[in-house]
Design a protein around this ligand. Structure first.
Ligand SMILES: C[S@@+](CC[C@H](N)C(=O)[O-])C[C@H]1O[C@@H](n2cnc3c(N)ncnc32)[C@H](O)[C@@H]1O
Length: 196
């Protein structure tokens, strides 16, 4: 492969380094991986009640929805390090900010998704926010839009890494798939499974 592109998926994987090892295997020498993800814990929604807003945004970022094997709402900020500990060579990380002052399009889709996910979480006993609080938050967001005080932003990170031109996978870290062993501290901060 010349390029592998992954968007908003790696947070769902219990072992993201396993996926990156497979990406390294299928890339040609000099091929690139583009791994992008929203950092859901960085979402800003203004216009709603501040305390409720913080709780709702953090609860959404932390919730592993029923279709997810794993969730990490802070994966965006970790992409650079994940790639640095993969068999690939990190080229760089770019931020991408999406914002809106109108409750339409992507901003509305995301707010609607948060409402649905947190109501479902409450129904399934994972509710960090009570259903009536979710609805109060949703109403306050819509009220803010009616009054001209709505703002939404979402920060994604786009990490790019390259397979070394020699075709050699990895950097001689000693594991069969070329993973670099993450230092113990960094590995636990990233919540990485221990490399084999
Ligand atoms: C938020 S969606 C993003 C889909 C698509 N990349 C996009 O941007 O529209 C996350 C995707 O991860 C997939 N997924 C969840 N757990 C997975 C796993 N353990 N292995 C592979 N894919 C998984 C889901 O099926 C879903 O398609």
């Amino acid at each position: 492969m010349d390029v592998v592109l992954s968007y908003n998926t790696i947070e769902c994987l219990p072992d993201p380094l396993e996926m990156l090892a497979e990406v390294a295997r299928v890339l040609r020498p000099g091929g690139r991986a583009v791994i992008a993800h929203v950092d859901f814990d960085s979402m800003v929604i203004a216009g709603a009640d501040a305390d409720l807003d913080r709780r709702v945004c953090h609860a959404f970022a932390d919730d592993a929805q029923s279709w997810m094997d794993h969730a990490d709402g802070r994966i965006g900020r970790k992409l650079g390090l994940l790639l640095a500990y993969s068999p690939l060579d990190l080229v760089g990380v770019e931020p991408l900010l999406v914002w809106s002052t109108e409750f339409t399009g992507h901003a509305k889709d995301r707010v609607d998704q948060i409402r649905k996910a947190l109501l479902s979480a409450a129904r399934h006993g994972r509710g960090a926010v009570a259903p009536e609080e979710v609805e109060a938050w949703y109403t306050s967001v819509r009220d803010a839009d009616q009054l001209g005080g709505f703002f939404f932003s979402e920060l994604a990170f786009i990490a790019v890494a390259e397979k070394t031109r020699s075709g050699r996978i990895g950097h001689g870290a000693g594991s069969h798939d070329g993973r670099r062993a993450a230092p113990v501290g960094a590995g636990s901060m990233l919540h990485l499974p221990t490399a084999a």
